[in-house]
Design a protein around this ligand. Structure first.
Ligand SMILES: [Zn+2]
Length: 329
């Protein structure tokens, strides 16, 4: 396993991609405690200022995706209150992220309303990705004390995160990584009142600039995997890599499900991923669940025979599309 990891990390573009993902995970980790504490405060404030919100919905109200039409009067009150504290009233709200009967009990069920889709199984900040936490900071007015300049930094990091997750090749250039490193450091500078952000700042500086030249020693054990310039445990990198791939696959599945058609970008990402797994057999079993979900989704969409050219919006039949797709690459 170490030798395959070593080969992967010695490929420049892929290594940059993993490094960027690693830094993103560090940002997430350093925000966990801060965001959790603020959401507890927010929840307490809502319950104290509006006594109706303390009552529990007995109707098992259940929203679907962005729709929450049949809400009982208690849930309607919660909806109104939640929207009052949203910083962008015109934004699409993913009501389906949460279970409304839990709103009076769990602060995190309320927090999820301010996040992107796909959070329904997340029960606390530690299970959320960085995009979820940054969107929460951006859209919930509990974080109004965060200065405007800091919010701009938050938005920049969300943009970088999306570029990383939508990278068809699972690679980024050295220039992109360098640019991203500066944005992250600026972002963390704005959050230096959080002790964990200081530690993350130091680690990110070191990681992004490190060579990560991987060498396997003769004993070929985990400890023998040396990352030059850095004393970083190989397991730490492997786990960060797995987390990044899982998030990348999850993001791909979301866009395929949401758009309900296979775009050229989806097909290219699928092609990259299949090739990647072919060269890294051990990852196929580790990522078994994600791979199964992705492939079944691909089959489902292919059986619908709907594919769309991103440029022209033109629909092709499957054979023609696959032929053209091969030519593009
Ligand atoms: Zn209800």
């Amino acid at each position: 396993m170490q030798s395959e990891l070593s080969i992967r990390l010695n490929e420049e573009g892929y290594k940059n991609w993993v490094k960027a993902g690693f830094c993103l995970q560090k940002i997430r980790d350093c925000l966990l405690g801060f965001v959790y504490t603020e959401m507890e405060k927010f929840h307490q404030r809502l319950l104290q200022t509006n006594s109706l919100l303390r009552k529990i919905c007995k109707n098992s109200c259940r929203p679907q995706a962005t729709q929450f039409q049949r809400a009982c009067s208690l849930c309607e009150e919660w909806k109104r209150e939640i929207l009052t504290h949203h910083t962008n009233q015109n934004n699409v709200i993913y009501w389906g992220n949460c279970s409304p009967p839990l709103w009076p009990i769990h602060a995190w069920e309320v927090a999820k309303v301010y996040m992107p889709r796909g959070q329904s199984n997340r029960q606390g900040p530690e299970t959320c990705d960085v995009a979820a936490l940054l969107n929460l900071i951006n859209f919930c007015d509990q974080f109004d004390f965060v200065e405007r300049q800091k919010v701009i930094e938050v938005i920049k990091i969300i943009k970088c995160r999306n570029e990383l997750m939508h990278s068809v090749e699972m690679r980024v250039s050295a220039k992109w990584l360098d640019n991203y490193r500066w944005k992250i450091l600026e972002f963390l500078q704005e959050f230096q009142h959080i002790p964990e952000a200081k530690a993350a700042n130091k680690m990110i500086k070191e990681i992004a600039l490190s060579n990560w030249q991987v060498q396997i020693t003769e004993t070929d054990t985990v400890d023998a995997l040396k990352i030059t310039d850095e004393e970083i445990n190989a397991d730490l990198i492997f786990n960060a890599e797995l987390e990044l791939i899982r998030e990348w696959v999850k993001e791909l599945c979301f866009t395929m499900e949401e758009q309900e058609v296979l775009h050229i970008q989806h097909l290219n990402s699928l092609k990259t991923f299949k090739e990647f797994l072919k060269q890294n057999k051990e990852l196929e079993s580790v990522l078994h669940q994600e791979v199964e979900h992705l492939y079944s989704l691909e089959q489902k969409l292919k059986s619908g025979m709907r594919t769309v050219n991103d440029q022209g919006g033109e629909e092709w039949n499957l054979e023609e599309k696959e032929h053209n797709n091969c030519k593009d690459i």
